[in-house]
Ligand binder design. Structure first.
Ligand SMILES: *[C@@H]1O[C@H](CO)[C@@H](O)[C@H](O)[C@H]1NC(C)=O
Ligand SMILES: *[C@@H]1O[C@H](CO)[C@@H](O)[C@H](O)[C@H]1NC(C)=O
Length: 286
């Protein structure tokens, strides 16, 4: 390899390795706010700010936590929690929760409660208590395009989902579950305030609905209020959410700029080595 090739290779390796995981955890999935509003500048507002701050700080240390901020009255008492996807390390969990908190801040201005799900984490706060309450309300049910699975692939998909939904014989607590077969991948996650049996019940429900609703679709998402199950085929899990796309566009732009820069550097190196050769020839000639 010439120096030029080495430089190009090195830069390309860096760009290809630093980009994808970022969008995977901080992509927007859903968000919602309670209709009730609090008066701006009220003690309630301080309590919302302190519960959101608690979430961000705690996410640096653990993947789940719940909080209660006592208000002067029952109406001003706020409950909150966050749950990171089970495979995230503390750094990624904290970044995800910080992003979710900043997004809920713009989405739910002056709302008494809010909830937001990014790919890698979920946050929720409200003055009506929801901690430790199993809630199987359907929040998101989306399916990809039908791709006419052959019966083998469909069997594999159902086997993977069956594996994720299976209760462990010892009733142990498994809030995060992943599985795959061939090019089918699936993931399931409970919010950590559920008991082992509630988590199992919630996931059985989510997985059952996912199978019925999405049939032979390339991917499927089923988010209930306290757990979710998702699968995708061949890593083609592009959902076409607005935020999702703008994120991807940003990354594409960054990549385009980087590749442009790399090309410029490469050209400069080629030009310089050309100049050097010309100079050397000039010297030799004297
Ligand atoms: C959740 O909150 C309860 C009280 O509200 C507390 O006892 C419990 O320790 C909290 N759970 C975690 C994991 O911090
Ligand atoms: C939450 O706060 C709002 C506004 O102060 C109030 O109207 C509502 O009753 C409160 N909800 C509960 C469960 O206390």
């Amino acid at each position: 390899m010439s120096i030029t090739q080495k430089v190009l290779f090195f830069l390309l390796t860096i760009t290809l390795h630093t980009n994808p995981s970022f969008s995977a955890t901080e992509t927007f999935v859903f968000g919602g706010c309670s209709k009730l509003k609090y008066a701006p500048g009220s003690p309630y507002e301080n309590n919302v700010n302190s519960i959101l701050t608690s979430l961000v700080n705690s996410a640096m240390l653990t993947s789940f936590n719940n909080f209660t901020i006592q208000g002067s009255t029952q109406q001003d008492t706020i409950y909150g929690l966050f749950q990171c996807r089970g495979d995230l390390n503390n750094g990624d969990c904290a970044r995800c929760v910080a992003r979710a908190v900043s997004q809920v801040g713009t989405l739910c201005v002056d709302s008494c409660g809010g909830a937001l799900q990014l790919e890698g984490c979920f946050i929720k706060y409200d003055n009506a208590t929801f901690l430790g309450v199993e809630d199987k309300t359907v929040v998101v049910s989306k399916c990809g395009p039908l791709i006419g699975y052959d019966s083998d692939a469909l069997t594999r998909r159902d086997a993977v989902l069956g594996f994720l939904g299976a209760s462990s014989s010892d009733g142990s607590y498994r809030p995060y579950r992943v599985g795959g077969s061939g090019n089918i991948q699936a993931v399931a996650q409970c919010v950590g305030d559920l008991s082992p049996s509630e988590c199992q019940d919630c996931l059985s429900d989510a997985i059952g609905r996912l199978k019925t609703n999405c049939g032979a679709a390339a991917w499927g998402d089923l988010f209930l209020a306290k757990c979710y199950a998702r699968y995708s085929e061949g890593g083609s899990h592009s959902h076409g959410d607005k935020d999702n796309n703008s994120n991807d566009n940003e990354i594409e732009k960054t990549l385009a700029i980087l590749i442009g820069l790399i090309a410029a550097v490469a050209l400069l190196i080629v030009f310089l080595s050309f100049l050097r050769k010309v100079c050397e020839k000039g010297k030799d000639g004297k």
